[in-house]
Design a protein around this ligand. Sequence first.
Ligand code: CDP
Length: 233
Amino acid sequence: MTNKASSPIIIAIDGYSSSGKSSMAKRLAKTIGYRYIDSGAMYRAVTLYAMRHGMISNDGSVDVDKLTAALPDIHIDFAVENDTQYTMLNGENVEAEIRSMAVSNNVSPIAAIAQVRHALVAMQQSFGFEKGIVMDGRDIGTTVFPSAEMKIFVTASPQTRAQRRFLELTDKGHAITFEEVLANVVSRDHIDETRAESPLRRADDAIELDNSTMTIDEQNKWLLDRYHEITGA
Ligand code: CDP
């Protein structure tokens, strides 16, 4: 996993829900001038589409056949405006809506569907065609880019992660309780780790980071140091 040349590389950042990987991935991409892709946002956008089209029933079960048939009609992209990235679903900015608890509560079952994963993994691989990319998710170092030059696996205790996500959501005005967020974090971890199709696991050659007791600045520095070490840049 070393790359001493200055040519662009692929950086895969995987880890548990709300472990802070998106913020650190975003920050690193900005610092080194790479493109950032939030693969979780893509699963969230497909989930929103399924919710809007009545493909998820009240008991949480998904009409897999209907969703599979609709996959060619689901176009996901990212737009950047004033330094902020927005997830676009069929041309509509859905950035705020995909972060809601309603989407969080449905996303892991949707992300466990093999056909959904195949479609999104292909899209994610096309984003990385020219390298120079930081992508975060659950299976980036294992399935999407198994030969990524830099792989990081981020973890922290469920309590710490739920607390971070709770603050983030309440800051944005979402009416939720800490208990709801913790239950969602624990349930998504379980579904993500136990699904048959590319489950969440640390790639053998990934560097592990437990950031439970790190500040944001400390974790950003830690990540940038790894990048310099690996690229020699
Ligand atoms: O809430 P958090 O930022 O931790 O999650 P996310 O990165 O937005 O991802 C939302 C959900 O999408 C995860 O809980 C996974 O079920 C799924 N996901 C996945 O299966 N594979 C990925 N590469 C990224 C996300």
